[in-house]
Structure formats: C-alpha cells, structure tokens
Design a protein around this ligand. Structure first.
Ligand SMILES: Nc1ncnc2c1ncn2[C@@H]1O[C@H](COP(=O)(O)OP(=O)(O)OP(=O)(O)O)[C@@H](O)[C@H]1O
Length: 256
C-alpha cells in the first residue's frame, strides 16, 4: 500500500550559521496521519530542522514543502517584506509548534493564552474560539485551569496548555521540539500521554525528542540525525530493535 499524501516534505535541506554547517542535505517526509520522530545527539541539528520547517529560520539550500507547496523563505518567494506576513502566518498556522519551554504569556490566563492567536492573529470569532479552547483544554486534562495563570501551574500542566494552544490553531500538522525535556519524570508522563492520544487520533506530527520510549511508542518513522545528516532511519522496531550502524548502536546505548 502506498503512503498517504505528504503533509511535510523536507528535501535536501542545508542550513549554516556562518561557517558552521548544521544541516548537510536532509530529506524527511511526513505523510498525512504519520508521526516522524527525530532523534540524535545534542547539536546534531534536530531543532534547527524543525525551525526551518515552520519559517522560524531560513535555509541556504533545499526545499520545505507543505502539502506540496514550497514554504522555505526562498522557495515561497518570501523576502521578509510586510506583504509576506500573511503567507507566513498561514504556514505557521498550519504547522503549529510546541516548544520545550512552553512559551506561555505570563500575564494571561490559560484560557486567554489558548485563545490569543486564533482571535488576534487569525481574526476568528471570539465565542467560537472560546468553545474550542475549552474543549482542547479539557482534552489535555486541564479544563479546570482556564482562569489560572501559567505560574500557578506545574510544568506538565503548562506544557499541556501549550499543546491545547497549538491545537486551537487547528493545524494540519504539529511540530514538537523536545516537549518533555524541561519536565520532571512524573510530569513528563502526563505530556507523553497527551502526545500518544494525538498520535492515536492520526495527527500528523514531527517530534524532536530525547525520550526514546516516546519515539518508540508513537512513531511510524524514526530518523537518527548525526552531525547534520541522516545516519539511519526506519520504522521504530528496526531503529530501536535492530540498529544497523555502529553510530546508532552507540547513541542508543548512551541514552539508556
Ligand atoms: N541561532 C544560532 N546561531 C548560531 N549557531 C546556532 C544557532 N542555533 C543553533 N546553532 C548551532 O547549531 C547546531 C545545532 O543546533 P540544534 O539546536 O539544531 O541541535 P539539536 O540537535 O536540536 O541539539 P539539542 O538536542 O541540544 O537541542 C549547534 O552547534 C548549535 O550551537
């Protein structure tokens, strides 16, 4: 059976910061409903790749396609001009990102945080957005925290609020950048459960993670990045159960 149509396609992506070559020609495809996890040592370029995918960073070479449409700054003909803003917002709306450090607004309640971008950036109807926001907060298990401020929540609750905020954009795909790395182990599991539920619903996701169990449990495809290149990839059973390269075997034994 052939895979469903790709939602995200990354083709031959190259990214440098000055003389530092971080991505050296990376190809990744995330078909609709699939979960792709990116694993690899610190500094291998995982976060940079996600940031290029949703236009937080520009790349020097290669393409990022969203539902077949080029979204790299260069590929989309974007030039950081004011007129390009609308297209950038459309792309970011469809590729909603969850960050390691939650990035909630401290001066807003949890409900306001979740509603902020759909109401002020996307100009959606406030009452409809509020209904959706409450539904997504219930879904991630913190429906009773609508009126609380981020500082009044645990890290796990804050990250679940950040996931509700990403869902409230009604994106076509979710990008997670180490969503559990800033959490204590017991809080980590609350967030892992939510991500597993999203995977079971058939959401398209790319997850950068240091949590090999999470990658093994939720992924359709696992990509092992080493020094800016794909060193090995495949279904989780193969990557974790039968690693082919010495490099991946070394990485996996170091992370156990
Ligand atoms: N804005 C930047 N300017 C200069 N160098 C950067 C910048 N962002 C990242 N780098 C460098 O690029 C390399 C890859 O960083 P990146 O954050 O993508 O790695 P990573 O695999 O996500 O690492 P980690 O697992 O530690 O988060 C690192 O050497 C980092 O120092």
């Amino acid at each position: 059976m052939t895979d469903p149509a790709p939602v995200i396609e990354i083709r031959d992506l190259h990214k440098s910061y000055g003389a530092l070559e971080v991505l050296k020609g990376v190809d990744i495809v995330a078909p609709a409903g699939h979960v792709v996890s990116l694993i690899g040592s610190s500094g291998s370029g995982k976060s940079t790749l996600l940031r290029c995918a949703n236009l937080l960073e520009d790349s020097q070479q290669g393409d990022v396609l969203f539902c077949g449409e080029p979204v790299s700054w260069k590929g989309a003909g974007l030039n950081r001009r004011p007129g390009d803003h609308a297209q950038m917002i459309r792309i970011r709306t469809n590729l909603s990102m969850v960050f390691q450090q939650f990035n909630l607004w401290a001066h807003m309640t949890i409900l306001q945080n979740v509603m902020e971008a759909p109401v002020t950036v996307l100009k959606r109807d406030r009452a409809e957005v509020e209904d959706k926001a409450r539904t997504y907060l219930d879904k991630v298990g913190i429906g009773d925290k609508c009126g609380a401020y981020p500082a009044q929540l645990s890290g796990g609750q804050q990250q679940r609020a950040a996931i509700a905020r990403a869902l409230c954009m009604e994106p076509k795909a979710l990008l997670f950048d180490e969503p559990t790395s800033a959490l204590d182990p017991e809080l980590e599991q609350e967030v892992v459960r939510v991500i597993k539920d999203l995977a079971a619903e058939g959401r398209t996701m790319i997850i950068v993670t240091h949590d090999m169990r999470l990658a093994a449990d939720v992924s359709d495809h696992v990509v092992f990045l080493h020094q800016g290149k794909i060193a090995e990839e495949g279904p989780p059973d193969a990557v974790f159960g039968h690693p082919k390269t010495e490099r991946l075997r070394g990485f996996l034994s170091a992370t156990q």
